[in-house]
Design a protein around this ligand. Sequence first.
Ligand code: SF4
Length: 296
Amino acid sequence: MQIVRAQVLGMCMGVRRAEEKAKKAAQRAMKSGKPVFTYGPLIHNPQAVRALEDLGVKVLDPEAFERGELDEKANNSIVVIRAHGAPPEALERLGSLDVEIVDATCPRVLKSQKKAASLIEKGYSLAIAGDRSHGEVTGILGYAPGAKVVQNAEEAAVLAKEWERRAVALIAQTTIKKSEYDAIAAQFKAHCPSFLAFDTLCPATAERQKALKQMAEKVEALLVVGGKNSANTQRLFMAAKETGKPAWHIETAAELPKEIFQYTSVGLTAGASTPDSMVDDVESTLIKGEHHGHAS
Ligand code: SF4
């Protein structure tokens, strides 16, 4: 079996950086004995979260913490802020406790937070295109009091009409689809004469989709590796199905479907939160499986 890896696949810069920071914090904590938490799950990948747990890194529930329920638990610990970032109130609250903060907010998300804050300061009515419950969006909202989240073009149309006499600005959650962002921006353009759009989308998602399409031309079937709860992996899987080739979304090598061994060439890709080890594992299982006669 020929296995082709997509030219761009797996963990993005921001998540890789956050994972490294968490691992380093865990090593330091071994000496000091302090507990280490990540502020919400660091990665949308259950295996990677478990691997961090094995190093002693636990998850602090952001909602419970923001309700003030976890001060005692967090006290005298190390808290790693994930790539999505966190609202300033949460950082202040952590700062007021005896907590060492390791800020692993992705530089691209930091840029969005700053942009949002400066637009509000300049007096713009700010809309954020994205998922209301996503950690990155709740983080940005903390820096932009009064900003409103729009999840789709319908919501954008309603808000655009309400804001038609205002100076309006739009930014986006880094990981939403370009087409969704464009549809939302179009609504504001149509209704608000004073409108500024800032495309804060991260290229990581588009790069993985493009590499997937290029790879799909060279293979008979496709495998997408990543957490079932990872939005960008789910989107990558959708793009894989759209190529018309048979495609599977698996979390681990154990989920490899038997049918995959009937193909002579298989393409491999992975979402932006999938650790390299998961992809390597799938690849080596494919090679081993073939040698163990699955192909017959
Ligand atoms: S997807 Fe982009 S913005 Fe989000 S963490 Fe990764 S590199 Fe940063």
